[in-house]
Design a binder for this molecule. Structure first.
Ligand code: FAD
Length: 397
């Protein structure tokens, strides 16, 4: 491997994508500065799933011990019908993923996962140079007058020059705009309520006790809406993502607080287990309008490249947005770690070649699920359910 000791990379954005990239680059001996606009690094109070593709990246960064301390492992993924909760599909996860893919399918609290990656970025004992994290540093402009030393300029005029600049600044990426990305943002017409329901309330009620008896990743399919839930922190919370048609208010604001009553009322006529579960939500329900980007060819310009939602924001209907960002991080570090400074642009080109098509396919598949999950009862729904049964086998769960 070429020595990258003197290489410097600036990562704009300290979300799960940006921090995973920073850590992966650190492992290659590359000096990294992360610029984050928020006054504190952190994540929203919600759960996240990492399928084996992303778990493999995180384990490859030496995080096994830390992840084992914060993960929850679902035994299977179960797909249920809205009206009566009958199982239309069951896919084994747990031991099956480890045996088949040599990597686990795990659930986390987002804040826990973010903290583990951030701590590894700054750990003085870690491999390579520790990552420099700057908060309250919103990147407003780029100066690429020296194409070999792109400069990120923050709101207060501070300039950060480096050999490569990575825009990991999310779905409304400023870096993407600055390198000439066209307007590819699409509003899905849907929104997601997110809530963390205390696990002790779930365990105490015989109507919801089944949720703690076996940890599963569950998706309920129904006409024009679906519901996802799974346990995190070993059962401390049930993480709920409730995807429904978007209200005008949330469409306009992108995000808004919601009441537990509103969440519980969002599934009229659904199997009794749904209101039994949702009525236990507390006051922390938040609603997010769901946007995505059309497949986007703008992933780099010279020594500036994009990563994560900045280049392939997708609907969360495959739970793959952050996971694809983690794959980006691994490939970016592999390519930049294999060259010296003069080879940086070629390395970025290979990164984009290796990632854009695959991430685009996942974007498309996530979008297809908007239709697939939401068929009204009828021939298409029956055909879908039959396919799922044939794929995974019948179950009496
Ligand atoms: P972000 O998380 O958006 O981070 C971008 C960071 O950049 C932020 O910290 C922001 O403050 C900062 N920033 C923005 N602009 C600037 C600027 N100009 N200067 C400096 N900093 C800036 N994915 C999964 O893999 N598994 C799941 O289970 C899953 N579930 C989901 C459920 C829901 C309801 C939703 C909405 C998404 C879900 N996702 C999931 C997708 C996942 O959350 C995102 O794809 C992922 O968080 C994107 O990470 P990112 O680092 O690219 O962007």
């Amino acid at each position: 491997m070429a020595s990258s000791q003197s290489f410097e990379v600036t990562v704009v954005g300290g979300g799960l994508g940006g921090l995973t990239a920073a850590l992966a680059l650190r492992h290659r001996g590359i000096r990294v500065t992360v610029l984050e606009q928020a006054p504190q690094l952190g994540e929203v109070g919600a759960g996240i799933q990492t399928a084996p593709n992303a778990s493999r990246v995180l384990l490859g960064l030496g995080l096994r011990e830390q992840l084992e301390a914060i993960h929850t492992e679902p035994q299977d993924q179960v797909r249920r019908r809205w009206k009566d909760g009958s199982v239309v599909g069951l896919t084994p996860l747990g031991a099956f993923c480890k045996d088949t893919y040599d990597a686990p399918y795990w659930h986390y609290h987002r804040a826990d996962l973010h903290r583990v990656i951030m701590d590894a970025c700054t750990d003085p004992e870690g491999p390579g140079p520790a990552v420099a994290l700057h908060t309250s540093s919103r990147v407003a402009e780029l100066d690429t007058s020296d194409p070999e030393r792109p400069v990120a300029v923050t709101d207060d005029g501070t300039r950060y020059a480096s050999d490569v600049l990575v825009g990991a600044d999310g779905i409304r990426s400023r870096v993407r705009d600055l390198i000439g990305g066209e307007d590819t943002l699409v509003f899905s017409g849907e929104m997601a309520y997110r809530a963390l329901i205390p696990g002790d309330l779930i365990a105490a009620d015989p109507a919801t006790r089944w949720l703690v008896d076996r940890f599963q990743s569950t998706i309920w399919y129904g006409p024009d809406r679906h519901l996802v839930h799974y346990m995190i922190r070993g059962g401390e919370y049930l993480n709920v993502v409730a995807c429904v048609p978007c209200s005008d208010e949330v469409a306009e604001k992108w995000t808004a607080p919601a009441s537990p009553g509103e969440l519980a009322a969002a599934y009229p006529g659904w199997d009794d287990r749904v209101p039994a579960m949702l009525s236990k939500a507390k006051d922390d329900v938040t609603c997010f309008a769901l946007h995505y980007r059309r497949r986007d060819p703008v992933w780099m310009d010279g020594r500036v490249a994009l990563l994560g939602d900045a280049c392939h924001a997708m609907l969360p209907y495959q739970a793959q947005g952050a996971s694809q960002a983690m794959e980006d991080a691994a490939v970016l570090a592999e390519e930049l770690g294999a060259v010296t400074r003069s080879g940086a642009e070629g390395a970025l080109r290979r990164y984009v070649d290796r990632r854009a098509k695959h991430a685009g396919m996942v974007q498309d598949a996530s979008l297809r699920n908007k239709t697939f999950y939401h068929y009204p009862d009828g021939p298409e729904q029956r055909e879908r359910d039959a396919k799922l049964r044939n794929f995974t086998g019948e179950s009496d769960l």
